[in-house]
Ligand binder design. Structure first.
Ligand code: 3PG
Length: 187
């Protein structure tokens, strides 16, 4: 299964909230906010001291209702920790050689970030088909994805970065976009 079947998560969850959580109070607030929007997926980024605790806690409290993913993964150690915590998916803004095998053998669905054609080609060489397009707004937005669609016909994207209530639909309408991610969903 390509990228441990990240396709299923992206197809079932076209809106992926990307969140930073600083304490348990905020965690509960975010859960309630997302629930009120009928969202049942969350990408908790490794950008706060509390992040690992938040991932553990969110899974404990709401793991039956939510797919709980880790975001902003930038090294093998963080992948290993995500595997140990049995998270539901992993997201990295980019990729190094040291991360490739660990991601593939983890058994956990994952996507890594690309912004340029060469990065997409590198991913295709590995055998991958699904990528985070990041930072989407700064690298040409939906126009760039249209151009990539005509070159990389089987490749699907989850754009994130600068996506908002005002522009998310223009991304989701594209044939090569399965889901969009962003912090606006939890605000
Ligand atoms: C990410 O990690 O995917 C982005 O930082 C989310 O970007 P946003 O805050 O612009 O939505």
């Amino acid at each position: 299964m390509i990228q441990n079947n990240i396709e299923k998560i992206l197809k079932e969850n076209p809106l992926i909230p990307v969140v930073t959580i600083s304490d348990e109070v905020e965690l509960v607030q975010i859960y309630e906010k997302l629930k009120s929007k009928n969202i049942s997926v969350i990408e908790i980024t490794l950008r706060t001291e509390f992040a690992w605790e938040a991932i553990k806690l969110f899974k404990q409290k709401y793991g039956d209702e939510f797919k709980v993913g880790v975001g902003t993964i930038i090294n093998a150690e963080q992948i290993q920790k995500s595997i140990d915590l049995r998270v539901d998916f992993m997201v990295s803004p980019g990729l190094t050689t040291g991360m490739i095998q660990l991601l593939d053998f983890s058994g956990i669905p994952f996507i890594t970030g690309v912004s340029t054609p060469s990065e997409i080609i590198r991913g295709i060489e590995i055998g991958w088909e699904f990528f985070k397009f990041f930072p989407a707004d700064l690298f040409g937005g939906s126009e760039a994805l249209k151009a990539y669609g005509s070159i990389f016909r089987n490749i699907k994207f989850c754009p994130t970065g600068g996506i908002s209530e005002a522009n998310y639909k223009e991304y989701l309408e594209l044939d090569n976009v399965l889901a969009v991610g962003g912090s606006w969903l939890a605000k």
